[in-house]
Design a protein around this ligand. Structure first.
Ligand code: GLU
Length: 368
């Protein structure tokens, strides 16, 4: 069983598991969930919990409805709710002597390499100290342009950065079905998914809805990140009592299997970027060069889309607009506009200063 072989496990809890429709906190459920975590810790596994619920807890405290909440107000509400959320965790986990800590992340903490490494170091140190990190997005600071907005993708990036073997998204559905189970009695739960193809994505978004911020779409996005990071991911029903035990005993969930990857940690991080800032369209010659492990040069670039800075993540598309690679650009979009189509030797003259000769160095690019 996958969980038995996992050393580092990330578990994501959606708001609806902590607070029911009548705004009642599901204390009994959390107390049982803590037992699941205790079992994993006793087996020497490292656990990270990604928990939503700051906004829901804040709304409960202020007696507000989550609907129609404007961003700036929701930031204040999250600030009030986050402490309520952590109080709930510490009250419940203390009873079982499970040590917990809090980490609040913004998008840049995972999307900038230096900050991602820093986050990894903090996770490692917390593991060494015997603490279970509880992560949420820093909703009080994040604005709409620099926000994950959903904890599914946040959890997958946390799994990738921490080197987790498994990510479990506890949701209010059992997993992915062949058809909508609420309409079709013959719908079957998909137990294992190796490839996420277009049909699967379409079906998942259309037929299965769920209450959380992300729904199925962000869960599939999270699964794609996990697949590239060499991490297994499950969508499982968290509404059940002792959901992790249920997964271990009954395996009634959907597992996305990782792709075999020879990429090192840095390249895994590059390929699973959440927020590429722009796109470079390249010609067939440059595409071939990338396949041969070469750098991307200005001569092979046909067009730049979007505005980005030096060091930002970009997507590389072929002339048919299919994504073929992702990388970290050594030039800003404005600079690339000036040098595209030109030989590397001309860059200094075109820009008026000495610069690198590759637009994306081979160490900074990964083919998709
Ligand atoms: N970070 C949000 C919260 O704690 C939840 C995001 C989500 O639902 O995925 O309220």
């Amino acid at each position: 069983m996958y969980l038995n072989n996992s050393k580092i496990i990330v578990i994501k809890i959606g708001s609806s598991l902590l607070i029911d429709e009548n705004k009642k906190v599901r204390k009994k459920w959390l107390a049982e969930f803590a037992k699941d975590i205790q079992v994993l810790i006793k087996q020497n596994k490292k656990v990270i919990i990604v928990s939503s619920g700051a906004i829901a807890m804040g709304c409960k405290k202020l007696n507000l409805s989550k609907k129609n909440l404007k961003l700036d107000k929701s930031q204040a509400v999250a600030s009030i709710g986050q402490i309520e959320l952590m109080n709930l965790f510490s009250e419940t986990f203390n009873k079982l002597r499970i040590n917990i800590s809090q980490i609040l992340l913004t998008l840049e903490d995972t999307e900038q390499r230096r900050r991602a490494i820093n986050a990894k170091r903090t996770f490692d140190n917390l593991f060494q100290l015997g603490f279970v990190p509880i992560v949420n997005e820093n909703d009080s600071i994040a604005t709409s342009e620099i926000k994950y907005g959903d904890n599914d993708r946040l959890a997958s990036r946390v799994a990738q950065i921490s080197g987790a073997d498994s990510l479990i998204l506890l949701s209010d559905v059992n997993g992915l079905y062949t058809k909508n189970p609420k309409i079709y009695k013959t719908a079957k739960l998909l137990k294992e998914i190796k490839n996420i193809d277009k049909d699967l994505e379409k079906n998942a978004t259309k037929s299965i809805s769920e209450h959380g911020t992300g729904g199925m779409k962000t869960k599939i996005d999270a699964a794609k990140i996990c697949q590239l990071s060499g991490c297994r991911m499950a969508i499982a029903n968290g509404l059940l009592i002792r959901p992790i035990k249920k997964i271990i005993d009954e395996n009634n969930c959907t597992w996305f299997l990782p792709k075999i990857s020879k990429l090192d940690a840095r390249k895994k991080w590059i390929i699973s970027s959440i927020s590429p800032k722009g796109q470079l369209i390249i010609d067939d010659g440059a595409k071939q060069a990338l396949s041969n492990g070469k750098s991307l040069l200005a001569a092979g670039i046909k067009k730049v889309i979007g505005k980005f800075q030096k060091g930002d993540h970009v997507k590389v598309l072929d002339k048919r607009n299919f994504e073929c690679a992702r990388g970290l650009s050594s030039f800003s979009s404005d600079e690339i506009i000036k040098i595209l189509g030109h030989h590397s030797k001309e860059i200094e003259k075109l820009l008026g200063y000495v610069a690198k000769s590759e637009v994306i160095h081979k160490d900074d690019i990964v083919e998709v």
